[in-house]
Design a protein around this ligand. Structure first.
Ligand code: PEP
Length: 253
């Protein structure tokens, strides 16, 4: 069971190795000891080594934005979970909507990637979310169930403790639009029901993602259904990222 908020930054295809190292150094130098928040960052995989070196010995964790299901082999352009472990990564995202949307990743592939990451000893943030038209046509719950099904079906009582879910409405990612507090609450409650229906122990750790920024974060994190956030744009602007960390530290867990 997590006893802290989790604030995870998805840097997407931003910050190459030199910039990422400089950003990580600034982050490390600016951060004060944290008691209520785990801070994780997911640089582009080519920048991950530099960031891991820079953050070594701090409480900040480095991870990846995606991972392959095989340990090695003829999979051009992919990243093995073992390589991530080797560089010091502790987690990976899987199923991000940009992977689903632009690279055709299915929920089954997300499940395979999740399994491989867990096998390698990584924690996994599994991303799920509906498109705007799916929400408008009342399909949100069904879509989330379909996305979760293959992932949750593959978990055991033990591996389930290494999985974090990120509810990210696709229409809220990078758009400046945020789901209403009521929608976040209801959707996270539904996700908990789906989790329980798979006979998994305890309750799911669920992050919200989608245009989180220092202006909207406090009220989102104050919801008891929300355990943290997955943040894109605001995670690569140091002032905003530090502000989000400050808000998480000031909010009751
Ligand atoms: C994301 O990429 O997971 C994300 C939530 O992006 P943003 O915060 O920019 O909406």
């Amino acid at each position: 069971m997590r006893t802290k908020h989790l604030l995870a930054g998805n840097w997407k295809m931003n910050l190459g190795p030199t910039q990422a190292r400089a950003y990580a150094r600034q982050l490390k130098e600016s951060i004060t000891p944290l008691s209520k928040t785990d801070v994780w960052v997911a640089p582009a995989s080519i920048s991950a080594s530099a960031v891991a070196e820079e953050l070594k010995g701090t409480s900040l964790q480095v991870g990846a934005q995606n991972v392959h299901w095989a340990e090695s082999g003829a999979f051009t352009g992919e990243t093995s979970p073992l390589f991530l472990k080797d560089l010091g990564a502790t987690f990976t995202l899987t199923g991000h909507s940009e992977r689903r949307q632009f690279f055709g990743e299915t929920s089954e592939a997300t499940a395979q990637r999740t399994q491989a990451a867990l096998k390698a000893g990584l924690e996994v943030i599994v991303c799920i979310g509906e498109t705007e038209s799916e929400r408008v046509s009342g399909k949100t719950e069904r879509v989330l169930e379909e996305q979760l099904q293959p992932v949750l079906a593959g978990l055991t009582a033990e591996t389930a403790t290494k999985v974090i879910l990120a509810y990210e409405p696709v229409w809220a990612i990078g758009t400046g639009k945020v789901a209403s507090l009521k929608d976040i609450q209801e959707t996270h409650q539904h996700i908990q029901k789906v989790w329980a229906s798979h006979n998994l122990p305890g309750s799911a750790v669920i992050l919200y993602g989608g245009s989180v920024n220092p202006t909207n974060f406090a009220e989102i994190l104050a919801l008891k259904e929300v355990h943290g956030a997955l943040v894109g744009g605001a995670s690569i602007k140091l002032d905003q990222w530090l502000e989000l960390i400050k808000i998480a530290e000031a909010t009751a867990v």
